[in-house]
Design a protein around this ligand. Sequence first.
Ligand code: FPP
Length: 247
Amino acid sequence: MSELTSLMQLIDWNNLPRHIAIIMDGNGRWATQKGLPRIAGHRAGMETLKKIISFSCEIKIPILTFYAFSTENWRRPPQEVNFLMRLPHEYIRSELQNLIDNNIRLKMSGDIEGLPQHTQKAVREALKKTEKNSGMILNFALNYGGRKEIINAVREIAAKVKQGEMSVDEINEDTFSQSLYTARLHDPDLLIRPSGEMRLSNFLLWQLAYAELWFSDVYWPDFTEEHLLQAIYNYQKRDRRYGGIEL
Ligand code: FPP
């Protein structure tokens, strides 16, 4: 029996994570290890991304978020940044029809206005064309920074209070969450980070408060459906207490 088949039998299909967040890390190291330029790693990472999206849709994961470009990634060499900025555009061109056919709704979390015009245009068009879809939500964190997101939310709430549209007493976890890029999305239950790094890197700092974390040494381009199932299986064996105790 293949590993995939045996993992499929171990999974409790009634207890899937409602939202899985993934940090696609290790593209650069994967390429360097093979004597290839870093951008070859991102290209391979993009193929892994498509494969994992399609499999997650098949096994009916309700929400999937990928960290595609952070506010810190602008510090990379311009050639790499330009390449990374072309990927969303390229992804949309090749996959939009597929997303529509599979009833997938695209969402973006991040400062979209800070992206190059061509990226913005492709992104807005894809958001519009999938907004009525009711299946899996595919969320890309693009030009995203967790601290920036929190500061933006604070500013938005402060402005509402100043204008008398909101009272200080109305500020709570729910109303705060509604001012984040991820408003109306359930918080991730599971965070996956491949490539051996064990940090959050400014990703979904508020939303990951109670997420289970799963790390693996595999570089993102080598990440497979089996790794995803291993992470889900591992998640299902954990005892989530949210600060409480077993009674
Ligand atoms: C991290 O690897 C990966 C990224 C910064 C970019 C990942 C983006 C994609 C695979 C495609 C995005 C596509 C869409 C559709 C939005 P790294 O370069 O930090 O790897 P390293 O730590 O080994 O150097």
